[in-house]
Design a protein around this ligand. Structure first.
Ligand SMILES: O=C(CO)[C@H](O)[C@H](O)COP(=O)(O)O
Length: 217
């Protein structure tokens, strides 16, 4: 199976978790792209979706799924999203698609976070994937210097402006010993909008496609 076929397989497996749910939170990325296609095919009482990015909004609308404002819907039953890295404790690195801030908001507003990925995203320890940090543009250099003090090597993702008009620093070579502590530390740097560690609010269920198998933990 190609990586894209693995993404599609796991995305369709996640449809079981939205049966009977009227409003679903929807993440961003190529795995979620397949999930949206599946949602549209399922046509089972989905009233609408809360979207984590402009790209997801465009695809939801194209597939005929109404997009709702999080402010109008309150707590969500289920949020489905991908990840860049997943550890055994369901803690994640996200933000490869630059949508980390809205993704973290919707994850926080959801009772159940179902994370979907192909097997290549599983790791024993988070940190090989460069950690995305969304920042206020005028704070970019300052935040970068603060991150260097933490031992990381930040690289500005040039030509990327997020849906919130932020910039992204991709931080290499961080030694993530305690993901929750590092999440708090980086979030506390003035000018940081969101760090892409999802540890304080990890996934609740992870579905991973490994060959023909779907592994759930
Ligand atoms: O965090 C994300 C976007 O900000 C994505 O969920 C993550 O990058 C995984 O993407 P893909 O499903 O394309 O591998």
């Amino acid at each position: 199976m190609t990586q894209d076929e693995l993404k599609q397989k796991v995305a369709y497996a996640a449809l079981d978790y939205v049966k009977g749910v009227s409003i679903v939170g929807v993440g961003t990325g190529s795995t979620v792209f397949h999930f949206i296609n599946g949602l549209a095919e399922m046509k089972s009482g989905i009233e609408g979706a809360v979207s984590s990015s402009e790209a997801t909004t465009a695809h939801l609308k194209k597939m005929g799924i109404p997009v709702l404002d999080l402010n109008d819907v309150g707590t969500l039953e289920v949020y489905v999203d991908g990840a860049d890295e997943i550890d055994p404790n369901k803690k994640l690195i996200k933000g490869g698609g630059a949508a980390l801030t809205r993704e973290k908001i919707i994850a926080g507003a959801s009772k159940k976070f179902v994370c979907i990925a192909d097997g290549s995203k599983r790791v024993d320890v988070l940190g090989k994937f460069p950690l995305p940090v969304e920042v206020i543009p005028m704070a970019r250099s300052f935040v970068a210097r603060e991150i260097v003090k933490l031992g990381g090597q930040p690289v500005w993702r040039e030509n990327c402006v997020t849906d919130n008009s932020g910039h992204i620093l991709d931080v290499h070579n961080l030694n993530i010993v305690d993901p929750s502590e590092l999440e708090k530390t980086i979030n506390n740097i003035p000018g940081v909008i969101t760090v892409g560690i999802f540890s304080l609010r990890p996934a609740d269920i992870v579905l991973v496609s490994e060959g023909e198998e779907i592994i759930t933990f």
